[in-house]
Ligand binder design. Structure first.
Ligand SMILES: Cc1cc2nc3c(=O)[nH]c(=O)nc-3n(C[C@H](O)[C@H](O)[C@H](O)COP(=O)(O)OP(=O)(O)OC[C@H]3O[C@@H](n4cnc5c(N)ncnc54)[C@H](O)[C@@H]3O)c2cc1C
Length: 441
């Protein structure tokens, strides 16, 4: 079942040329397109399905600094400001609110880890409060339990996955950019090694800049160009319940289950880090790089089925530019839910937050979370294909940093002062194969 999502109108005519073409209308693609259009560039955004229909509408909506990798923290902090300024400058509503994120735990080890992160975060000016048992139990009173401790990060927040990407696309249209849905980019054309056009199923757009914000499809697209981008997806299943529960925190994480207030007053319920690994040709190709991560997460991951092969997003086949591609056969990645996970998530949530007993299951859906081996996205110009900018592999936390990532892409394209140090994100770090050799394909 697809997650709830707002509608965006499609521009009628594909332009013959553009200053930049953005491939992929998830949160990263729409923000990149918006910030480029804001700088006066003529921007065309092509999306094979619907704006926001893949990961960007299927997530919990958390926009967090809390527990971020040090390399991503500056982008997370800037993104929170950008969520706010975007609303102020466009009048478009992404549902972003700094409601604070709340974590509860009874594990000394987990609490010690959060305290270490708090100490590090202080050095960067980020405020987060460790809660002792009394404070955690009081703030977590909706659980009716006693807790050893917790964390509250007051400057973090949530945005609405159903309306965020569509709101940014609407702002792009107002700036004169164009949005083309049901329009897959099949590949690039180059001249003297540089990008000179994006070939779509509906025609070719001449351009010197192609930004690939293709989410879980990015690696197979790169493969067509001989660019090595190690990427693997995990199928995560979550559900939402109807309004009816009162007195709950806006956004609560526990190891067992997490709950996030939705715009309509319902809640999104999920188990953090859980998911199924569906075997695909690409999973085999990059297995050596991802093995350490899968081993680390073996408790929360389970083997999947043939969903990944059916979906076609991790294919290793080469496709032609003049014939339908796997992207046109699978307009929207909408994998089957893992029913057992949905059942367990719901029952854990009812156990944790008794007020949810007044609600009904409204919807359940799954999404492929695309990851890189080091859990940090690849953002930057591909050295071997000047003009080709990759922005993918957001590793389960790209929604919150979508604005910062989009801004950084615009900085890279226009040569502006980068909003954050771009070096930790550069995809060149993936050029080495798992065995330490520079890959030569
Ligand atoms: C269950 C779940 C929970 C999550 N929770 C959170 C959270 O709370 N906070 C957080 O920060 N992150 C979260 N994430 C991760 C977050 O949703 C993603 O990191 C983020 O949405 C990635 O955005 P994106 O734009 O890179 O990719 P996507 O949203 O997947 O968009 C990529 C788009 O590119 C299009 N596309 C691909 N190839 C082509 C092509 N060749 N031509 C045209 N279009 C193409 C696709 O159709 C798709 O619409 C979660 C993810 C899931 C699945």
């Amino acid at each position: 079942m697809p997650a709830p999502l707002k509608f965006v109108a499609t521009s009628t005519e594909l332009p013959a040329a553009a200053d930049a073409v953005i491939i992929g209308g998830g949160i990263v693609g729409v923000f990149a397109a918006y910030y480029l259009a804001q700088r006066g560039l003529k921007v065309a955004l092509v999306e094979k399905g619907r704006i926001g229909a893949e990961q960007s509408s299927r997530n919990w909506g958390w926009c967090r600094q809390q527990n971020r990798d040090a390399r991503e923290l500056p982008m997370a902090t800037k993104s929170l400001d950008l969520w706010e300024s975007f609303a102020a400058e466009t009048g478009e509503d992404t549902g972003f609110r700094r409601c604070g994120l709340f974590y509860l735990s009874n594990s000394d080890e987990e609490l010690a880890g959060w305290a270490r992160w708090r100490d590090f975060a202080r050095t960067t000016g980020v405020t987060t409060h460790m809660l002792d048992s009394a404070a955690a139990t009081e703030r977590g009173r909706a659980t009716g339990r006693t807790w050893k401790g917790g964390v509250f990060s007051p400057t973090d927040g949530t945005a609405d996955p159903a309306s965020a990407a569509p709101a940014v696309a609407a702002a792009l249209l107002k700036l004169g950019g164009t949005v083309h849905q049901s329009c897959a980019a099949r590949g690039l054309e180059t001249e003297g090694g540089r990008v000179c056009a994006v070939v779509t199923e509906h025609g070719t757009i001449r351009t010197k800049i192609a930004v690939l914000a293709g989410g879980a499809w990015a690696s197979s697209f790169c493969h067509q160009l001989g660019v090595r981008f190690p990427q693997a997806s995990v199928r995560s299943s979550i559900l939402s319940v109807s309004p009816g529960a009162t007195g709950l925190p806006d956004a609560l994480h526990t190891t067992a289950v997490s709950a996030t207030r939705r715009r309509d007053g319902g809640y999104t319920l999920a188990i953090s880090g859980g998911g199924r690994v569906d075997l695909t040709p690409q999973q085999f190709r990059f297995a050596p790089q991802f093995l350490p991560m899968f081993v680390r997460r073996w408790r929360s991951l389970a083997p999947g089925g043939l969903e990944g092969i059916r979906s076609g997003h991790e294919t290793l086949t080469r496709w032609r530019l003049d014939a339908p591609t796997p992207m046109e056969r699978m307009r929207i990645l909408d994998p089957a839910i893992d029913k057992r996970t949905i059942r367990i998530t719901h029952s854990r949530a009812l156990g944790l937050l008794p007020a949810l007993k007044n609600t009904k299951i409204a919807a359940a859906w799954a999404g492929y979370v695309d990851s890189t081996p080091d859990g940090v996205p690849g953002i930057g110009e591909i050295t071997s294909v000047p003009g080709f900018i990759l922005a993918a592999g957001f590793s389960g936390h790209g929604f919150g940093i979508g604005p910062g990532a989009g801004h950084l892409i615009a900085d890279i394209v226009t040569g502006g002062e980068p909003i954050v140090d771009p070096r930790p994100y550069h995809p060149d770090r993936f050029l080495k194969s798992a065995w330490g050799k520079v890959a030569d394909f």
